[in-house]
Design a protein around this ligand. Structure first.
Ligand code: IPE
Ligand code: IPE
Ligand code: MG
Length: 240
């Protein structure tokens, strides 16, 4: 088995459900917020490692449409972390030559966060290294619902006929328009569910689950996930 990234086929697009920040903190007798802070550091590290490994697209689940149900204090803290991340994002973007894009429904976010998102996307749009998608107030069902509404509006306006709606029409209406589907999905912390992440896009993605809690996920764990990916035989419904 290959021990170095250079001996492996590198997935073009990796999606990550970063889970286990709360349990990481609890194990250390710290508040959950400390886990989120450590989780944010792990994100920076993994962008760098993914970029160095040759990954072209990295999509991370930062805040789900369901995460609003957490205690207000935790939600506020997560939003503040996001603010900080977006403020530093240009330094990060430069370092990894990273084009940043936010997916999810930003209408429910504070106006200042929305502005920071627009600034970050605009300022990083010409970087040609890692394409980094951050899912914020993202839910797969919500994304599909918003896409259906957009297409409905186009039908109403006479732009498109119902019989001309294709898979491509739907893909072009999703937040991930223009981004290839993930090749590998990683979920940390032992949970084995999608929790409403990229429901459409993961239709033929390989899934890798590990027990590592997100703040502990680094280069070694990424290599393990990519090694696992290299053992898979992707058949896409065909025969090999
Ligand atoms: C993932 O860690 C981060 C977010 C969902 C924002 P959790 O906060 O879900 O951590 P656990 O699952 O409670 O350990
Ligand atoms: C999924 O993790 C959402 C993010 C990682 C942002 P959760 O911890 O919210 O998922 P559940 O509640 O365990 O399904
Ligand atoms: Mg969790």
């Amino acid at each position: 088995m290959a021990e170095k990234l250079t001996d492996l086929v590198i997935p073009q697009h990796i999606a990550i459900i970063m889970d286990g920040n709360g349990r990481w903190a609890k194990k250390r007798g710290l508040p959950r917020t400390a886990g989120h802070r450590a989780g944010a550091k792990a994100v920076e590290k993994i962008c760098e490692e993914a970029y160095n490994a040759g990954v072209k697209y990295l999509t991370i689940y930062a805040f789900s449409t369901e995460n609003w149900s957490r205690p207000a204090e935790e939600v506020n803290m997560l939003m503040n972390l996001l603010r900080d991340y977006l403020s530093d994002s240009l330094t990060n973007a430069k370092k990894n030559n990273m084009k940043i894009r936010v997916i999810g429904d930003r209408n429910a976010l504070s106006p200042d966060i929305r502005d920071r998102i627009i600034e970050t996307e605009e300022a990083s749009k010409d970087y040609t290294g890692l394409n980094f998608q951050i899912a914020i107030n993202y839910g797969g069902q919500d994304e599909i619902l918003r896409a259906v509404k957009k297409i409905g509006e186009r039908v109403k306006a006479g732009d498109i006929l119902p019989e001309d709606i294709s898979v491509k029409t739907i893909e072009d209406s999703l937040d991930t328009a223009g981004i290839p589907a993930p090749d590998l999905l990683i979920r940390t912390s032992g949970e084995q569910r999608l929790s409403n992440f990229l429901l459409w896009q993961l239709s033929y993605t390989e899934f890798y689950f590990c027990d590592t809690l997100w703040p502990d996920f680094g280069k070694k764990q990424l290599l393990e996930a990519i090694k696992y990916y290299n053992t898979r035989d992707r058949r896409y419904g065909g025969v090999k």
